[in-house]
Write a protein that binds this ligand. Structure first.
Ligand SMILES: [Zn+2]
Length: 55
């Protein structure tokens, strides 16, 4: 199961969540585990870089 990393805009903390592609596809609200804010953004760490672009 892939791990997605997120950063909370509100408190600035980063956290990672494991979820399946189908779960992620549902775009359900993801809340910061620290402050419960849903104002978060996805961050891409080097080991989870999944880009479909081919050079
Ligand atoms: Zn937060």
């Amino acid at each position: 199961m892939p791990t997605y990393e997120f950063k909370c805009i509100k408190c600035g903390k980063t956290f990672s969540l494991q979820m399946s592609f189908s779960e992620f596809d549902l775009k359900k609200a993801i809340a910061c585990p620290y402050c419960k804010s849903e104002d978060i953004k996805r961050v891409f760490s080097n080991f989870t870089a999944v880009t479909s672009r081919k050079s």
